[in-house]
Write a protein that binds this ligand. Structure first.
Ligand code: SIN
Length: 463
């Protein structure tokens, strides 16, 4: 196998850059260097760590256009979305630059007068992260910033499709003054690097964003060394529209959640569950708006839907659409493609499917593409049952202006992230993560630094 990764532009299939694959020896050395740096980095005081993170954030913002262009070239997303993602990525660095100074311990009243009890928090050690291609910047800083803020060294393996954004972010972290052994990247195939990370005695925590099957494998492989784990895995988000909902708002927010990044997000709505009395009206309005979305190269200023990342992703989307049509779904928009397998680009036009039913693959498996399957419901109990009938529990959305309906839906959904009349609930200040097979732990907000800290308790006696 060649010892380079060929990073291609998914909009044209053209080669952007070849990137060296690190050897096993180099990766093990990087892990050792990261581990060795822990002794020094944990001693850097919290205010200094905060200042270094602030400087990193500043440099990322100064290079915003450059990073966004790299991201659009390797990922395909529209430049406007890439610029938004650089801001999103920076917001995690900013948030955790502040949290670095708020890692508090506590004292506990002792059970005798001769004792004092002190609880302190300390960094857990070297963190190894594996990040996805769909948000090459934000998923990296969402892990790196809390790790560094907590006093943990950090090593990241970016997705093979999109290593360039991460490499640039790490360079800027070094330029900001964060030592080169405290934040590092390595490039290589997921299975090889994943094994080295999980088997290494130097790594104390694995943080992964990606598919549920790979997450399960990483959890199994980490058992022998009992590592801490944060897993942000697959989703299959339901989006419920109650009979009383503001339909224009529901359409507008569905467009945002469903078609961001050409539907290649873990939190995008994957099952649109609409009350039977409004389903036709909603479906028509959505299809009308979807047909206006401009598909093309992310570097063109009017593009709203970029390419699918690769052939495998494209094949999965097409097979789900075909399966749904074979089983009786009606196409209201899309089911159109612009594909050149020889050159290596795959565009799927945003698609709306009606009359979808539970037996269709699209209702059971994550699509990771710009397809909105619409199913109808009669009662709220039925809507909740459809919504929860999945092993996933990442994000869910619902639309209603009735507070009793909204409270009922919220209380009964088994999902970690819920948007009520809101298709864009993500942010550095909120706890992001899933229930069930969608993951372990939370990223962002005050919860997001906890997984990088150990609790140590001291009992002072004989006072
Ligand atoms: C994801 O799809 O994994 C992340 C989306 C987000 O942070 O909003």
């Amino acid at each position: 196998m060649a010892n380079v990764l060929r990073v291609n532009n998914p909009a044209t299939g053209e080669l952007i850059q070849e990137v060296k694959i690190h050897s096993e020896e180099e990766i093990n050395q990087a892990l050792k260097n990261g581990h060795d740096s822990f002794k020094r980095w944990r001693k850097v005081n919290a205010h200094e760590r905060s200042r270094l993170l602030q400087r990193w954030s500043q440099l990322v913002q100064e290079h915003k256009e450059e990073i966004a262009k790299i991201m659009t070239l390797e990922n395909g997303k529209p430049l406007k979305e890439s610029l938004g993602e650089v801001d999103y990525a920076t917001s995690y660095i900013d948030w955790y630059a502040e949290e670095a100074k708020r890692i508090y311990g506590r004292t506990i009243p002792a059970s005798t007068e001769s004792k004092r009890i002190i609880v302190s928090r300390q960094p857990i050690g070297l963190v190894a992260a594996i990040t996805p291609w769909n948000f090459p910047a934000a998923m990296m800083t969402r892990k790196a910033a809390p790790a560094l803020a907590a006093g943990c060294p950090f090593i990241v393996k970016p997705a093979v499709e999109t290593p360039l954004t991460t490499m640039r972010l790490v360079e800027l972290a070094h330029e900001a003054g964060i030592p080169t052994d405290v934040i590092q990247y390595v490039n290589g195939r997921g299975s090889v690097v994943g094994d080295l990370f999980t088997q290494s005695e130097y790594v104390r925590k694995i943080s992964f964003t990606g598919s549920t099957p790979i997450g399960k494998q990483l959890i199994k492989n980490s058992a022998d060394t009992v590592k801490h784990m944060t897993m942000e895995l697959g989703g299959h988000a339901p989006l419920i529209i109650a009979e009383d909902a503001d339909l224009d708002l529901a359409v507008q927010q569905t467009l945002i959640t469903k078609y961001r990044n050409a539907g290649q997000t873990c939190v995008c709505a994957n099952r649109i569950i609409v009350h039977e009395n409004i389903v036709d009206q909603f479906a028509e309005k959505l299809a009308e708006e979807v047909k206006k979305l401009k598909v093309g190269n992310g570097l063109d200023s009017d593009t709203q839907i970029g390419p699918i990342i690769n052939e495998k992703g494209y094949e999965k989307i097409v097979s789900q659409i075909e399966d749904a049509i074979d089983k009786g779904a009606e196409v209201l928009a899309g089911n159109q493609y612009d594909v050149n397998k020889d050159q290596g680009y795959y565009f799927v036009y945003p698609t709306v499917l009606k009359n979808v039913s539970a037996d269709m693959v699209i209702m059971q498996e994550e699509t990771f593409g710009p397809v909105a399957p619409i199913v109808s419901f009669k009662t709220l109990e039925e809507a909740i049952e459809i919504a929860n009938s999945t092993p996933y529990g990442l994000a869910a959305y619902f639309f209603t202006n009735d507070y009793k309906t909204g409270t009922y839906i919220h209380d009964n959904l088994d999902f970690g992230i819920i948007g009520w009349n809101d298709g864009a609930p993500s942010g550095a200040h909120v706890p992001f993560g899933g229930m069930k097979e969608s993951g372990l732990g939370r990223e962002g907000s005050i919860e997001g630094i906890e997984p990088y800290l150990e609790t140590k308790y001291l009992s002072i006696g004989n006072l």
